[in-house]
Design a protein around this ligand. Structure first.
Ligand code: ADP
Ligand code: ZN
Length: 616
């Protein structure tokens, strides 16, 4: 490992360190405030959503303050990733966790004691260990950073008992170091808990907005989810992304179906063997497989910055989970897509799982179950509503966003309120007529009857003799389904789960059939929208050059045994394509190129770019 912080040594200027060491031109919202507060000697609690750049908020002070900064982090994979990234930027960092071999562990301890290291990542279980004490007594510790600080709270979604030791650990350090706590999600309650449990007194608190402007949000209701996914992936072959499914079984089916169609897809869920999980994860992180099909077991602590899309094949159980998973897209700030494939079935599955979770020994109580069902309802509103998706999410997190963002499928769709009283009457009557004959059937059969389909099943059942047969000939199947789903959501129809879900009338339906009340809903007009950032990428980049730069990056990554995005992010390569630097000075201006990376990689990348510009 090289002499690290030399790039920023003696520098007391955060912006200078940001440029020379990390190669970025400007701070993102919240970063400067946190850094300034730490440098002014204040404890800090920062609540910043995933991907907004929490790490630099403590890495820059660590390079400026004298001594060794200790970072407590619960996620080993994330820790290892951070260290690789820091070392690539020329910062001496080490970690103490259970993934190290005895030799690696010893050398990390030696580095930390000798002063060769500026930032030490420690797993919470290691805080009480003898070596940790030795290290912290041998050097001044100006700053202790608590990453994923919500883990200290019983009210957070990921409580870890080992986090309760942190307070005593900090109190036992000579010199009274500062504490800086970071988390991506925290309600008021969790925030108070963090401050109290870590003994932070009256810290400087920063909450950056939850908005991630580079993310495009969309909700689709494909009839055939697999076909929709294949179509989606077909037009994004050069991109990397995650497909989240709610069940292990679905992960396996979807991954196999994609592989059979020639997509480089890996799979991940908690039921796979450790070995396979690790290999699949590394294939994805190192871009050997561009698509990861996974349950929500995948992603915690994965820091891959070039995830261009996250598709949810099933609706998750609440908005918080959705935003966390979807937020793994576009970490490097490039435009990225978050698409949810909704089907009403997802609501039933989630409700079933939540209700069943009450059965076990240490099960949540009725009150908790009721709360979870309430959260599920909010997620369902997100999936079935027609107003701005981003606004919906941000309101959930307590913000007050404008009602139009211009970068979500709802803002880009022309929804018009339409009177659907007649259509609703036709659908409900059809269900009623079937009921009179002692039959209840699924949605597809009902739509086929209403649209006068001539399939065999209709004649076998003599459904063509129903008075409602063919009375919606002029309505498209898609439209009929949208209306029928709406009737279910509004409680005029109820779906009975079974081997084949069937549809029946509710008491409420009578008012509509009897013509006692009109009904209207928002229906889309015109074709489905395309994400604007994709449709009009600011300056088109030379895809050929980008591919060659990626190949070069892959070579360096393999040599250094690190994931490709640790060498340069996709955003950095794209910026290279735009700027086409011909000299080291020009290369230095590419976003994401600091002094150390300029020296290591500048020549090779400049040569690649210039070879490309040379006449044949
Ligand atoms: P978080 O921990 O908040 O999820 P990270 O610290 O991993 O986010 O940062 C996400 C990505 O954003 C990283 O690739 C990082 O290099 C990049 N980044 C952070 N700060 C800036 C900045 N000021 N300008 C450009 N990119 C940045
Ligand atoms: Zn919007």
């Amino acid at each position: 490992m090289t002499t690290a912080h030399d790039a920023g040594h003696g520098e007391r200027d955060p912006l200078g360190t940001l440029k020379t060491c990390f190669g970025y031109e400007a701070f993102r919202p919240g970063q400067r405030e946190v850094i300034d507060a730490i440098l002014a000697g204040q404890n800090v609690l920062a609540v910043m959503p995933t991907g907004t750049g929490k790490s630099l908020c403590y890495q820059i002070p660590a390079l400026i303050l004298e001594g060794l900064t200790v970072v407590i982090s619960p996620l080993i994979s994330l820790m290892n990733d951070q260290i690789k990234a820091l070392r690539e930027s020329g910062v001496a960092a080490a970690c103490l966790n259970s993934s190290l071999s005895p030799e690696e562990y010893r050398s990390a301890v030696d580095d930390a004691i000798s002063g060769a290291c500026r930032i030490l990542y420690v797993a919470p279980e290691r805080l009480g260990k003898e070596e940790t004490r030795r290290i912290t007594l041998s050097r001044p510790i100006p700053l202790v950073v608590v990453d994923e600080a919500h883990c200290v709270s019983h009210w957070g979604h990921d409580f870890r008992p080992s986090y309760l030791q942190i307070r005593d650990f900090i109190a036992g350090l000579p010199g009274g170091p500062l504490t800086a706590a970071f988390t991506a999600t925290a309600t008021g309650r969790v925030r108070e808990d963090i401050i109290a449990s870590l003994g932070m007194g009256d810290p400087f608190c920063v909450t950056t907005g939850f908005d991630r402007p580079n993310l495009y949000f969309a909700v689709e209701r494909p009839r055939d989810k697999l076909a929709a996914l294949v179509k989606f992936l077909d037009s994004r072959k050069d991109k990397s992304g995650i497909v989240y499914c709610s069940a292990r079984r679905t992960v396996e089916d979807v991954a196999a179906a994609l592989a059979a169609r020639g997509f480089p897809a890996a799979r991940y869920h908690a039921g796979l063997e450790d070995g396979e999980r690790r290999i699949n994860q590394e294939d994805f992180i190192n871009d050997r497989k561009s698509v990861m099909v996974a349950t929500n077991a995948f992603g915690m602590g994965i820091d891959k910055s070039n995830v261009a899309f996250v598709v949810h094949y099933n609706m998750p159980k609440n908005i918080e989970s959705y935003y966390q998973e979807a937020g793994r897209a576009g970490r490097d700030g490039s435009p990225a897509e978050c698409v949810l494939f909704y089907s009403p079935q997802d609501v039933h599955t989630n409700r079933f799982l939540i209700e069943r979770s009450g059965d076990g020994a240490d099960a949540p109580d009725q009150e908790q179950i009721a709360r979870q069902l309430e959260l599920l309802k909010l997620m369902t509103f997100y999936s079935t509503g027609t107003d701005c998706l981003r606004a919906h999410i941000l309101r959930y997190f307590g913000e007050n966003p404008p009602g139009y963002c211009g970068n979500c499928s709802h803002c880009l769709t022309n929804y018009k309120a339409r009177d659907i009283t007649v259509e609703a009457q036709k659908i409900l009557s059809c269900v009623y007529r079937l009921h009179q004959r002692g039959r209840s059937v699924g949605k597809t059969a009902i739509i086929n009857i209403l649209r006068g389909s001539e399939e065999k099943r209709i004649f076998d059942n003599r459904w063509n003799t129903l008075s409602t047969y063919g009375i919606m000939k002029d309505t498209s199947a898609h439209q009929a389904r949208l209306i029928m789903d709406y009737l279910v959501e509004q409680g005029f129809l109820a779906v009975a789960e079974g081997e084949f879900p069937t549809v029946g009338l509710t008491a409420k339906a009578r008012e509509i059939i009897a013509g006692k009340r009109p009904l209207s809903m928002m229906l889309p007009e015109g074709p489905a929208p395309a994400p604007p950032v994709q449709a009009a990428a600011e300056v088109p980049v030379d895809e050929g050059l980008l591919a060659r730069l990626k190949a070069l990056r892959r070579r360096f990554a393999q040599e250094a045994h690190v994931p490709a995005y640790i060498i340069f992010s996709d955003a950095t390569l794209t910026d290279m394509c735009r700027k086409r630097p011909a000299t080291p000075e020009a290369f230095r201006h590419v976003n994401g190129v600091g002094d150390v990376k300029l020296e290591k990689y500048g020549a090779a990348f400049i040569e690649c770019i210039q070879a490309d510009s040379a006449p044949p």
